[in-house]
Design a protein around this ligand. Structure first.
Ligand SMILES: Cc1cc2nc3c(=O)[nH]c(=O)nc-3n(C[C@H](O)[C@H](O)[C@H](O)COP(=O)(O)O)c2cc1C
Length: 337
């Protein structure tokens, strides 16, 4: 069967109506409380109305001290559940699958005293992080677990563990940021423990994704073979999707950016681990996504900035997609290509 963006995807327990993923993207529209604002309700609803099969809510902080910015969404308190529930319900009402990405930013956290696997800062202008004690590690794994409990209570179909972009989990995976000489100096250990903590609380009928950087673009950092080793050391039995991005643990990332530059990473993980992947990066039209599926680089395709500039792009470009009823009079058939 020739895979197309509109082809549904069956995961272990749920079916997604098509192969399109809205990439998680921080919108920095909350405030110090981390609660959902009317903007978030409208934003995620709109993208679901735009036909996206899997709508991912942005990196949401599992701890007040683990935020990327003071305007991040939060999931560190039960007070966040109600607002997040409105988002998941709207996504589902529009016929899409809802996912929330949970994150701790580690040494990239905002605030005066960030913590990290080791006392190594990213670069000159950053705060020197505190090296995490074993108690900090235990509490942070428990914060990931509590975030997953809240994500379930908020009604999400899928939770995504953010292990990419140089945030806390990927800091543990990298020699650039993890030089511990204890148990957690083993590069897969923290990710493995977070996954297992989430398995204890996440319902069996729901899905789990992991977002991972496939390489750090640095000779002393991890590359795709290291990432595959790390993933192989973890229990992936309940993981539905590995969502592949790259970089983020050093500034600047030295990489030549071109459409689909991360797809070979997705392809390697898909085939070496026999697992479904989400691939993408710098894709600027539907044809490029379709090519990635046909080339078997990935099972789903993520789009980020294309959707920010044009939330209804896919309604206009994929013939099979139905405009939401109230919008049907706006449909211009000649726009479909
Ligand atoms: C405004 C913005 C916010 C982002 N926030 C996140 C985030 O919360 N979590 C994440 O994993 N990636 C984040 N990313 C990265 C995107 O998910 C995506 O990988 C990146 O934009 C490349 O895809 P694109 O070329 O299709 O935009 C962000 C990107 C942008 C532009």
């Amino acid at each position: 069967m020739q895979m197309k963006l509109e082809t549904p995807l069956k995961l272990k327990h749920i079916q997604i109506k098509n192969r399109l993923v809205m990439a998680p993207m921080c919108m920095y529209q909350s405030d110090d409380t981390g609660v959902v604002k009317p903007f978030h309700e409208a934003h995620y609803y709109m993208h679901a109305l735009g036909g996206i099969g899997l709508v991912m809510v942005e990196a949401t902080a599992i701890s007040k001290h683990g935020r990327i910015s003071v305007n991040d969404l939060g999931i560190w308190s039960d007070d966040h559940i109600q607002g997040l529930k409105v988002i998941s319900e709207r996504i589902k009402e529009a016929g899409s699958t809802s996912c929330i990405q949970i994150n701790h930013a580690g040494r990239k956290s905002v605030g005066q005293y960030p913590f990290a696997p080791s006392q190594i800062k990213m670069d000159g202008k950053d705060e020197l992080p505190k090296a995490m004690s074993l108690l900090d590690i235990k509490e942070t794994i428990s914060d990931f677990q509590k975030a997953a409990i809240r994500a379930n209570e908020a009604g999400f179909d899928m939770v995504e563990i953010h292990a990419a972009h140089g945030y806390l989990i990927s800091q543990f995976m990298s020699s650039l940021s993890n030089q511990r000489d204890d148990h957690y100096g083993v590069k897969h250990q923290f990710l493995k423990d977070v996954i297992e903590a989430i398995y204890q609380v996440w319902p069996l009928h729901k899905s789990i994704s992991i977002r991972i950087s496939g390489t750090e673009y640095h000779p002393d950092g991890f590359d795709i073979d290291d990432v595959i080793k790390i993933l192989k050391a973890c229990d992936l039995s309940r993981i539905d999707l590995i969502h592949i991005s790259s970089g983020g643990n050093i500034r600047p990332n030295i990489v030549t950016l071109a459409s689909g530059y991360q797809l070979p990473l997705a392809r390697k993980i898909k085939h070496e681990l026999s697992i479904k992947t989400i691939g993408g990066g710098l894709l600027s039209n539907h044809e490029e996504g379709e090519e990635a599926l046909q080339h078997d680089d990935c099972d789903m395709v993520f789009y980020g900035r294309l959707l920010l500039r044009d939330p209804f792009y896919f309604l206009r470009h994929i013939e099979k997609f139905e405009f939401p009823k109230p919008y049907q009079r706006g449909k211009l058939l000649k726009e479909k290509s």
